[in-house]
Design a protein around this ligand. Structure first.
Ligand code: G1P
Length: 290
């Protein structure tokens, strides 16, 4: 296994059923938080952590993602001609920020299956995985927080957060023991009922894996919901070799559902350098009058 960590997989083939009808004709990854689509936040987080070889696992109806990271010569020429320099700079920056490979997941067989679609393009190297509908605002990008543990250990690393026990059934949940100042994961269960959950430590959609995971994914049978679950393959990996957990620092929003999406827009809107002040005043007035 090569030790460099450059590759990053974005599973983006999901149907987005939690956000219908908004996601009927456009991908949930293109939902806009303030002025950027969700997927761009994820890509910027990966780039900030030095992972710049991007493998996007897409499906039907996801063309808008490809167009977003592509060069639009016409748009760029129009912006330039109209003297809209700042917009021109931003649009051309997005189109050139990373090399992206698009791989098609032909059937929606689950998150584990989506990740395995990237195997050929990752090869025998460690790689990251980001679920872009989990938007995490952090001083140190979360993938960098994970990377630091990977650099120390050379092992797989998973981002975690504590959640209220009544919420565990929405997540993969881990069992962990402390080992030399790190959290070593001993087991994990996909979306357990609170009574069956090994802890309140939830998986939040940020991962770094050794390539052994791909072989285990090949052998993983459908689990929860009849889907090939990433969590099941990682649970097997953790029995074979150390897998570490990182309690991540940051504000996390599940922006793939309307509530989390609204909260992410409110928080990033209120912080926005250009119109944060005006938006905060608007929010204050709104609250006072309701
Ligand atoms: C997926 C994973 C789950 C993880 C969650 C984080 O579930 O299977 O382990 O906790 O992402 O968002 P999904 O939300 O795609 O059903």
């Amino acid at each position: 296994m090569k030790h460099q960590l450059r590759k990053i997989v974005f599973p983006t083939a999901g149907l987005g059923t939690r956000f219908l009808p908004a996601t009927k004709a456009s991908p949930k990854e293109m939902l806009t938080i303030v002025d950027k689509p969700l997927i761009q936040y994820g890509v910027e987080e990966a780039l900030a952590a030095g992972m710049d070889e991007i493998i996007m696992v897409t499906g039907r109806g996801k063309r808008a993602i490809e167009d977003h990271f592509d060069i639009s010569a016409e748009l760029e020429a129009n912006l330039k001609a109209a003297g809209k320099e700042a917009l021109y700079q931003e649009v051309s920056r997005v189109a050139r920020m990373a090399e992206v490979i698009y791989v098609r997941q032909k059937q929606a067989l689950g998150l584990g299956h989506a990740v395995s679609c990237a195997a050929h393009w990752v090869g025998d190297e460690p790689f990251g995985v980001v679920l872009a509908d989990e938007l995490i605002i952090a001083e140190k990008p979360v993938m960098q927080q994970l990377r630091e543990v990977f650099e120390k250990t050379g092992r797989s690393v998973i981002g975690l957060m504590r959640v209220p026990m009544e919420m565990v059934s929405r997540y993969g949940v881990v069992a962990a023991v402390e080992e030399n100042d790190l959290l070593r994961l001993t087991d994990m269960v996909e979306k357990p009922q609170p009574a069956d959950a090994p802890s309140d430590l939830a998986i939040i959609g940020r991962y770094i894996f050794t390539p052994r995971l791909f072989e285990l994914l090949e052998e993983t049978k459908p689990g929860k919901g009849g889907e090939i679950q990433l969590t099941d393959a990682v649970a097997r990996l953790a029995k074979e070799e150390p897998v570490y957990g990182v309690l991540i620092e940051g504000n996390r929003f599940d922006a793939g559902n309307p509530m989390g999406f609204l909260m992410a827009n409110a928080e990033l809107g209120a912080r926005h350098p250009q119109f944060g002040g005006e938006f905060s005043n608007f929010l204050r007035n709104l609250l006072q009058n309701n």
